[in-house]
Write a protein that binds this ligand. Structure first.
Ligand code: ATP
Ligand code: ZN
Length: 213
């Protein structure tokens, strides 16, 4: 039986297009129908799985997938036993803390005792701990930026790229918590055959990157 490297990518969302493009530019040929869960490349020992990005680190830890393509923010939040094997230079964004624009920001210490709404509780917890701040963390899964306006929280920590969403919700960015880009994560115990396929793929990705610059 031939070994296949299973690669998990986002089924739909901001990472999907860049992920498909990367794999195809690396020479992999495969079909990607709308309702497909997985597909096998025609010309490379790879199977592509289409999943929710938030689930990918867990699947890679559990070896349901061998490698995955996710935002570094999701990788950091999930705290799974995966390693970053490649940074991909797309889906660049940052996780930032924002407060209502009407408030004056008194530095990081002014977050003490506040309530922060976020979809990234682990990252925020680590950030606060690092700065010796005690604050409440209110985990919500979406539409985080409306939390201060509806009285759910004093501040938020969310993904920012241009800042226009914050502005539209009467918020201003006051601290950068982390920078993020798309990354390839891998299970640390792939075994020699899968590792060989991964190395070949990474080599091709690097070649594509060099050709673009
Ligand atoms: P769902 O899980 O419901 O599919 P999501 O909000 O987790 O949605 P996306 O919005 O598709 O997923 O974002 C996926 C990843 O893309 C994020 O985790 C982040 O790394 C990156 N990203 C998100 N927003 C931006 C942005 N505005 N600019 C660049 N990269 C972004
Ligand atoms: Zn998601």
């Amino acid at each position: 039986m031939n070994t296949l490297l299973r690669i998990a990518i986002q089924k739909s969302g901001r990472l999907q297009e860049g992920s498909l493009e990367l794999l195809k530019e690396s020479g992999l040929s495969f079909s990607n129908g709308k309702d497909q869960l997985k597909t096998q490349a025609r010309n490379f020992p790879v199977e592509v799985l289409f999943l929710r990005d938030d689930d990918i680190p867990q699947y890679v830890e559990d070896k349901v997938a061998d490698v995955g393509l996710v935002g570094e923010n999701v990788f950091a939040e999930k705290k799974k036993k995966n390693q970053i094997v490649k940074r991909l230079d797309f889906a660049k964004c940052r996780l930032s803390i924002a407060i209502p624009r009407s408030e004056t920001y008194g530095g990081i210490a002014s977050l003490h005792g506040k309530n922060i709404a976020t979809s990234y509780p682990n990252i925020v917890k680590d950030f606060l701990q690092k700065h010796n701040i005690t604050a409440g963390i209110h985990e919500i899964s979406g539409s985080v930026e409306i939390a201060p306006g509806i009285g759910l929280a004093d501040a938020i920590c969310d993904i920012v790229s241009t800042g226009s969403t914050l502005l539209g919700n009467g918020l201003k960015e006051v601290e950068t918590v982390m920078q993020s880009e798309a990354v390839i994560i891998a299970n640390p115990e792939l075994g020699p055959e899968k590792q060989k396929i991964l190395d070949k793929l990474l080599f091709r990705i690097e070649a594509v990157k060099k050709a673009k610059n």
